[in-house]
Design a protein. Structure first.
Length: 256
């Protein structure tokens, strides 16, 4: 399946004749045991030809993803990657952490002078905000333990604790689309940027602490990673609020 700009063009169209700014967004690292969760965002140039070979990052080998970064950055009107670190994930929960990384990426887009009026997300769930307004405050569940997640996302917290918010007058409308990372050019590009940048961060972390093979597993629950956790215990890069396999650590996360 080859991604196209059809949906982005439809969303950008405005009866007034002034095109809307559409920011396409995707996340990586949500199911990891260690490292940040990262969100890429791309405002596509809907007039120029997109780089050849854009696909969902999961369908591309690492070398091809890295080759596409420069063409994507040259083609996009604006692009950015935002991160939320493991300590922040422990403090506010994974869903709020996803939203925070997305807001950080959008802040970089706004700094270029572009203000997105629509944000296009992959999937059938608005993980950027579970409220009407993108930058509205999250409910505080301070003092409660992270709830167990569903079977389909068994490493995730079901509800955030307390998330920081941005003071921003712009509140883009969020549009979700199943398989947008496979069918929408901007989302595919965002997934590539986020994946490449996060993988680079995990390789740097591996260079400082090679015991967990982060250069290979990128923080996911590989057998080598789990074995190292059992032997050495968690590091500051690990999401300690989760019940990390082999350690018994965490107060509310479920491991399959």
């Amino acid at each position: 399946m080859k991604p196209t700009r059809r949906l982005e063009r439809e969303l950008a169209a405005d009866p007034t004749g002034v095109p809307r700014v559409v920011a396409a967004m995707d996340e990586v690292g949500r199911g990891c045991l260690a490292g940040p969760v990262s969100v890429g965002v791309v405002v596509s140039d809907l007039l120029r030809r997109a780089p050849s070979g854009l696909r969902d990052s999961k369908l591309l080998p690492s070398t091809r993803r890295e080759e596409l970064v420069r063409p994507i950055r040259s083609w996009a009107l604006a692009c950015a990657v935002g991160h939320t670190e493991a300590e922040e994930i422990d403090r506010i929960g994974i869903m709020a952490a996803l939203a925070l990384a997305g807001r950080r990426a959008l802040a970089q887009i706004r700094a270029t002078g572009l203000t997105p009026s629509i944000v296009l997300l992959d999937g059938n769930h608005d993980w950027l905000t579970r409220q009407t307004d993108l930058f509205a405050a999250f409910e505080s569940s301070e003092g409660s333990s992270p709830a167990a997640s569903s079977a389909s996302s068994s490493y995730e917290t079901a509800a955030p604790r307390v998330a920081e918010t941005d003071d921003d007058e712009s509140q883009p409308r969020v549009v979700v689309r199943i398989k947008a990372d496979m069918t929408c050019t901007g989302v595919a590009a965002a997934s590539i940027l986020a994946k490449v940048e996060r993988d680079a961060l995990m390789r740097e972390a591996h260079a400082g602490d090679p015991r967990f093979a982060w250069d290979e597993n990128k923080g996911y629950a590989s057998p080598a990673h789990i074995a190292a956790l059992a032997e050495h215990g968690p590091t500051p890069l690990h999401r300690r609020s989760w019940r990390l396999p082999g350690t018994g650590a965490g107060d509310g996360m479920m491991v399959p």
